[in-house]
Design a protein around this ligand. Structure first.
Ligand code: IPT
Length: 919
């Protein structure tokens, strides 16, 4: 098998559109014969990846190639899988047929009835081969190499997963039928009319019943009159057919227009924002084998979180995806299967993107990408690929695409000069830089600007990747969204990324464990960088998605004591389809809100009954989907209980003077604590602080993970027991002093006044400023009045609202694949922590609020455990009452915690009422 060629595959038919045809199709999915490296024949399901079917192991690398950079040669250690299927074919297929492969990773050689049909390159690209099947006993043989020359072009940040992993079909191509159809449905926003440009491989009859179109077409332009445009907010599709006597093709036409107008991105004449996510295809058990049902559920989940755009990072998705995005309504940036990122490790030397010998491979990939999906309304931008450096082959792809399909825009990120693209695109640019890019075009071009600079100034800006959603995060969403809303040039962007790619492995003990890079014994890997999604591999919503849904919401709702201001942030529709509900305590009702058009703000009065401590207003679509909300609060300060007495000393440890019992409940604390179990973001150096180590390292260097606390004094002051404690990192002389004044309120209740004062010169910001307590018994749940229902951190605090909430024990933490700080409930005014041994109720006095974290694991254990499934609870409950916290940022890939969310050493005070209720 020739695997070092620099060219495309050979012998397949020219690429064409995926057509929904009346011609017969026979799925060849199912059980095939299989052998690895010429071993014993066995069987395997198709589609699948052989490494997930017991033959070899998956491997994860991000940027680095797991083999030598010696293009176009694959390594000698190159698993080869042989597939064989024997099948019968009905009469229908004997009048012309093709074998269609939608995805084979990474290179295949295809034989049919003993004859070599050809080869494939482009793992996520469709290849078709003409065949003449017999009635019975057809033998299809596919030899697949895991690595090939193509692997140099497929260095996406994901698992290496070889095999026939997408559908295989036998498709009839009847004589006199249609080989290809290319239909561009344009909408003219000025006149409200549509024009269909349709090119067919043979003369055919076009019918669009709803538009009374019935005519002959070949290479035709058909004016269809007034139409309702397609957009993600109004995914209006018109059923059409293109037919000959032998074959009928069904199309679903969406009339729309995407344009760049003076550095503003417009769709159907309206300025738009991509509120997008990057989507890889991933299933925890099946890898990149994804079902239409799962894909639909996934897109519906995106819709429910106000996502309106998807970048198909970094390859064309399974073809059915586009039917769903047409139907449900998403802007799609459809990306070619191309990435040569590993060449960055050698200064881009010999990068295929700039080597003319690879040009035909590049062009073949782009042609296959564009042809397959060219009839989809949702595809609005073609992307040449990801992280492939710069070079003439990319320019050639752009030139071909522009000539073939001028109706869509062209995207490629890495060429920062942006000479051959229609969008200026960057990834992980800081807020400051995004602001400069937005501002840049508001003043005239500088004298002497080059033609390339002038061209770029005409382009709208997108962040094709931003807000890296790895672990606890991403912070900084609000500030990005503010910029996108402020500058017309900024057309939004795509969060990195939608789904975590953890692979689930069920052990012989029946336990299902989530694996990341290195867990399959890879010698070269990038650890848990593969789990960086807004949803887990099982599609559980991570807190980042809840916050994102707020910033992506097409309505902004601001509630005051007497009014509600509502801003329409849709691009195309008014507010008429939404119901606005207000609620306070048990009272509630519906507001009458004018149908404000996009960009407009309306103000309506709040009924006088809406007078509780918190009033919530929600915008609801389709009866149950809350697409946005706002709140007004007017909490009265919580008063101090009186009278009080001096607590008994027996309740305290005689040496440390830490509280040991309250009303029969044993406990230990409070202890001042400044550290958190590092998040993924804490473990990487932020791009905004070049040269500085990650916060996790700065914290251990300063020693805040191991504070030592000494009792300074204990005595009676003003009717209270006053204890002073000094907490200092080992080997350091800076620290914090804490003064606790204890008053007994009742046998079960203590009042605690806390004053915390930093000492000395602090070399690093804190992770948090908390009072930690350990309670006996495993956590049994938390009830609180504060923000909820989910967790929140200072820069990830959207999508939560004031209310009274309950969380079960397993809702108190987020099961990030790699354990880290999680689960803090913010804005807490009262909380009851339940354990199997009893309850502790905490009331914050005055106007203050705290963050409460309740965990079955100590922070030291969380920080030293590499997988969630390895966390072993010790039967106690770890409670943190935080007076302040640091934000989380996105330092794993991008800027760290913004300065306003950091927590420099600072004094603090708080008063708490602690009440115990033993079980
Ligand atoms: C960027 C990649 O485009 C994306 O595929 C993913 O690897 C992401 O990083 C990190 O998760 S490239 C990087 C150099 C910013």
């Amino acid at each position: 098998m020739e695997l070092a060629r620099k060219g495309p595959g050979e012998g397949s038919l020219p690429p064409r559109a995926r057509l929904n045809s009346s011609a017969p199709r026979q799925s060849l999915n199912g059980t095939w014969e299989f052998r690895l490296d010429e071993g014993e024949w066995t069987t395997i399901p198709v589609p699948s990846h052989w490494v997930l079917e017991g033959h070899g192991k998956p491997a994860y690398t991000n940027v680095r190639y797991p083999f030598a950079i010696d293009p176009p040669h694959p390594p000698d250690e190159n698993p080869i899988g042989d597939y064989r299927l024997t099948f019968d074919a009905a009469e229908d297929f004997r009048d012309g047929a093709v074998l269609r492969f939608d995805g084979i990773e990474s290179a295949a050689e295809i034989r049919f009835n003993g004859q070599l049909l050809g080869t494939t390159r482009g793992s996520r690209l469709t290849h078709e081969f003409a065949v003449e099947p017999r009635a019975t006993g057809n033998v299809l043989e596919v030899r697949v190499a895991q690595f090939s020359d193509a692997s140099y072009l497929e260095d996406q940040d994901m698992w290496w997963l070889p095999g026939i992993f997408r559908d295989v079909d036998l498709v009839a191509t009847p004589a006199g039928g249609l080989r290809d159809v290319f239909a561009v449905a344009d909408f003219d926003p000025g006149s409200g009319t549509g024009t269909l440009t349709v090119r067919t491989s043979a003369q055919a009859r076009l019918r669009i019943p709803e538009l009374a179109v019935d005519q002959t077409v070949h290479d035709s332009v058909v004016a269809v009159g007034t139409v309702q445009p397609w957009s993600p907010e109004t995914p209006r599709l018109y059923a059409a057919t293109v037919s000959t006597d032998a074959e009928e093709i069904s199309l679903r036409l969406g009339f729309r227009r995407i344009e760049v107008c003076g550095a503003v991105l417009e769709f159907n004449g309206n300025p738009i924002q991509f509120r997008g996510v990057n989507r890889h295809e991933h299933h925890p058990e099946r890898g990149r084998v994804v079902s239409p049902e799962d894909t639909r559920a996934e897109l519906e989940l995106m819709k429910r979180h106000n996502v309106n755009a998807v970048r198909t990072s970094h390859y064309p998705p399974a073809p059915g995806f586009l039917d769903l995005t047409d139907e449900l309504g998403f802007y799609v940036v459809l990306e070619c299967d191309l990435e040569t990122h590993g060449f960055v490790e050698v200064g881009w030397r010999d990068n295929p993107s700039d080597d003319p010998e690879w040009e035909s491979a590049y062009l073949d990939r782009m042609r296959r990408t564009v042809h397959r999906d060219k009839n989809h309304a949702s595809v609005v931008v073609w992307s040449l690929g990801n992280e492939a450096g710069t070079g003439t082959n990319l320019e050639a792809m752009a030139a071909w695409t522009r000539a073939f399909d001028p109706s869509r825009l062209i995207h490629y990120e890495h060429d920062w000069a942006s000479t051959y693209v229609d969008l200026y695109s960057r990834m992980y640019a800081s807020h400051d830089e995004v602001e400069r890019i937005g501002e840049e075009v508001l003043s005239p071009a500088p004298f002497g600007a080059t033609p390339a600079e002038l061209h770029r100034r005409e382009l709208p800006f997108i962040q094709c990747e931003y807000a890296h959603a790895m672990g606890n995060g991403p912070g900084g969403l609000e500030e990005y969204q503010d910029l996108f809303d402020r500058y017309p040039r900024l057309a939004g962007g795509f969060i990195w990324e939608w789904v975590e790619h953890a692979l689930a492995v069920t052990g012989s003990d029946g336990k299902r464990r989530m694996y990341y890079g290195g867990d399959f014994g890879e010698d070269i890997h990038d650890g848990n960088f593969v789990t960086d999604g807004l949803v887990s591999a099982d599609r559980e919503v991570r807190p980042g998605l809840t916050a994102l849904a707020h910033w992506f919401s097409p309505v902004r709702i601001e509630v005051t004591a007497s009014t509600v201001r509502i801003r329409n942030r849709y691009d195309h529709v008014d507010l008429g389809h939404l119901t606005f509900r207000w609620r306070t305590g048990d009272a509630g009702g519906v507001l009458s809100v004018p149908r404000a058009t996009p960009g407009r703000t309306v103000e309506v009065p709040l009924p006088p009954e809406a007078s509780g401590p918190w009033v919530t207003v929600e915008a609801v679509a389709d009866a149950e989907h809350v697409i946005g909300s706002g709140q007004f609060t007017r909490f009265a300060p919580t008063g101090r209980p009186a009278p009080t007495t001096l607590p008994t000393r027996e309740a305290f440890d005689p040496v440390s003077m830490r509280l040991r019992t309250l009303g029969g409940l044993t406990l230990d604390g409070p202890l001042v604590s400044l550290w958190r179990a590092p998040t993924d973001n804490d473990r990487y150096p932020g791009w905004d602080e070049p040269g500085l180590p990650p916060y996790a390292e700065r914290w251990t260097e300063a020693g805040i993970d191991r504070l030592r606390t000494r009792l300074v004094s204990a005595g009676e002051v003003d009717g209270a027991l006053r204890t002073v404690h000094r907490s200092t990192p080992p080997g350091r002389d800076f620290g914090v002093d804490s003064e606790f004044r204890w008053h007994q309120v009742s046998p079960d209740a203590l009042l605690l006044d806390v004053v915390v004062t930093p000492r000395g010169v602090w070399p690093v910001e804190w992770a948090r400023l908390g009072l930690d307590l350990v309670l006996p018994g495993a956590p049994a749940g938390l009830d609180w009045l504060g923000l909820g229902p989910g967790p929140a951190y200072p820069d990830l605090a959207a999508g939560v609202r004031y209310g009274t909430f309950h969380a079960e024990a397993d809702e108190l933490y987020t099961p990030y694949v790699r354990p880290q700080e999680s689960g803090a409930r913010r804005g807490v005014r009262t909380a009851t922590v339940a354990t199997s041994a009893g309850e502790l109720r905490v009331t914050v006095l005055g106007d203050d609020e705290i963050a409460v974290t309740v965990s079955p694991w100590s922070r030291a254990l969380i920080a030293s455990t590499l997988h969630h499934h390895d966390l072993v609870a010790d039967g106690r409950t770890y409670v943190s009452l935080d007076l302040a916290q640091s934000g989380v940022g996105t330092a794993a890939c991008g800027p760290g915690v913004l300065p306003r969310y950091r927590l420099p050493a600072r004094p603090a005070r708080i008063s708490l009422l602690l009440e115990a209720n033993p079980a």
